[in-house]
Design a protein around this ligand. Structure first.
Ligand code: ADP
Length: 462
């Protein structure tokens, strides 16, 4: 880094705390697999392993017009999907912001807002007077205990949502009621977790798809399981021997047995709206990574190691933003990690324009870049470990497997994918080139096409 002895010493410790050895990854995978087994055996486990009621595999010939609605990320999205068969599709979509007031207010208001967005969209598309009902796949990306493909109860909010009057209720019914109040020709025919949608959209043209992951605001995954392995399944015979499981793996190790949590993770957890839950997600996903970096930087400031370190005085280096929770966004880390200029001018620019930190020295920029790298790399390695757990649980066939991944972190964070492959290679040393056996692919717009595919499967099954 080229800093003072105190800065170097601090960085040495931090590097130690955030680094994960191969051995560590293997241990985490073992525990992850045990938790998968537990979740398949009985209800109420940390990794919930929720049966999705989506059975069997796609043919790729699915056709028709469907609506998809996505709630649970940064934006609310409404998509009109036309499935054309042969793995091809067309989409038209619209986005709307979900304000904090809606996220924290009564669920009825949120549902009315959603219905209004759908109403506007249908009018724009000339579909408001449609004779037959449009089937809608509702991507509702929160832990839901499903009882049918379009029935379930919300068990808990995550990712900054906290509407009242929703926990223990069926999000499908609440939305369908709001749609009825507006007399919209739409039937909510499938309740879809975004991971399940991502899996299906990837599978529409990659038949060897085993799992779908979200690495965006949150982190979660779904995979195809044998019904015979789902010991807790009590809903009678199924048409297919396989079903997609929504793992809800963001809650993995809420017991804090395997994950190497640092004091920065603990602080984030304590200050979050859901302490002691989603511990794994908090180390991996876009909502949290920037905040972990900020926690490290703030600790360094408090110890007089950064931004006007001991022995210097630079009144320009003062920023309210750096002391504000969530002000350091994960996208800043992307920009900082991307910076390959010699004097780290891009990093300097981010610190200046986004965090109001001016006159930051090159050494300080190097420190910020290193901290970003540590937090980003740890996230990628942990995400890879989850995939390794799924793949080890299911076994790798000769033809290999495809994993569909959606989310800004995977799509935009530099080196995220490369770091995931590196960790996978360490976890599967018996395969000479893991990239050919476990193929990670961007399943963009998974929640739109995937939800449409689920709605399609659901209408066929009726
Ligand atoms: P969703 O909310 O549906 O998961 P995204 O996949 O876009 O939506 O994920 C949004 C999250 O990704 C946010 O937490 C944000 O901080 C993070 N993010 C957005 N852009 C970037 C980027 N360029 N690099 C890294 N993370 C990003």
């Amino acid at each position: 880094i080229g800093g003072s002895p105190a800065q170097e010493e601090y960085m040495k410790n931090i590097i130690n705390e955030f680094s994960l050895t191969t051995e560590h990854l293997c241990k985490i995978r073992t525990r992850f697999m045990k938790e998968m087994d537990k979740g398949l055996e009985k209800e109420g486990c940390t990794v919930a392993m929720i049966p999705s009621y989506v059975e069997g595999r796609l043919t790729g010939h699915e056709r028709g017009q469907f609506l998809a609605l996505d709630l649970g990320g940064t934006n609310l999205r409404v998509v009109l999907v036309t499935l054309e068969g042969e793995g091809k599709f067309k989409t038209v979509s619209t986005k709307a912001r979900v304000s904090d007031a809606l996220k924290n207010g009564p669920m009825r208001n949120l549902c009315d807002y959603i219905a209004e967005c759908i109403d506007t969209f249908l009018t724009e598309q000339g579909l408001e007077d449609k004779e037959s009902e449009l089937p809608l796949g509702y991507t509702f990306s929160f832990p839901v205990l499903q009882t049918k493909i379009n029935r379930g109860t919300l068990s808990q909010w995550t990712k900054g949502f906290a509407c009242t009057g929703a926990i223990g209720k069926d999000p499908v019914m609440l939305l369908q009621d709001a749609l009825l109040r507006k007399h919209l020709p739409v039937k909510v025919s499938a309740l879809v977790n975004d991971t399940v949608g991502t899996l299906l959209s990837n599978a529409y043209n990659k038949p060897n798809t085993l799992a779908g992951l979200i690495l965006g605001t949150g982190a979660n995954g779904a995979y195809i399981e044998k019904i015979s392995n789902i010991k807790k399944w009590k809903d009678g015979p199924t048409k297919s021997p396989e079903m997609i499981i929504n793992m809800e793996f963001g809650a993995f190790d809420n017991e804090r047995q395997a994950l190497p949590l640092t004091r920065f993770d603990n602080k984030l957890d304590r200050e979050s709206i859901n302490p002691h839950s989603q511990i794994f997600e908090k180390m991996i996903s876009g909502m949290y990574l920037g905040e972990i970096v900020r926690n490290v930087l703030v600790d360094m400031i408090d110890r007089e190691l950064l931004f006007s370190p001991k022995g210097t005085f630079n009144p320009n280096v003062w920023s309210k933003e750096i002391s504000t929770m969530w002000a350091f966004e994960t996208s800043f880390m992307s920009k900082i990690e991307e910076d390959d200029t010699e004097n780290l001018s891009q990093t300097k620019e981010v610190l200046d324009t986004s965090l109001n930190l001016s006159n930051v020295s090159v050494v300080e920029c190097r420190i910020v870049k290193k901290v970003s790298e540590l937090v980003g790399k740890r996230a990628a390695r942990l995400a890879a470990t989850a995939i390794a757990g799924i793949v080890s649980h299911c076994g790798i066939p000769d033809e290999g497997v495809d994993i569909g991944i959606d989310g800004s972190l995977f799509e935009f964070y530099p080196s995220f994918k490369t770091r995931m492959y590196e960790a996978l290679q360490e976890l599967f040393p018996e395969h000479s080139d893991i990239r050919t056996k476990i193929r990670l692919g961007l399943a963009k717009d998974g929640s739109g096409v995937g939800a449409a595919l689920t709605a399609c499967v659901a209408t066929k099954a009726e």
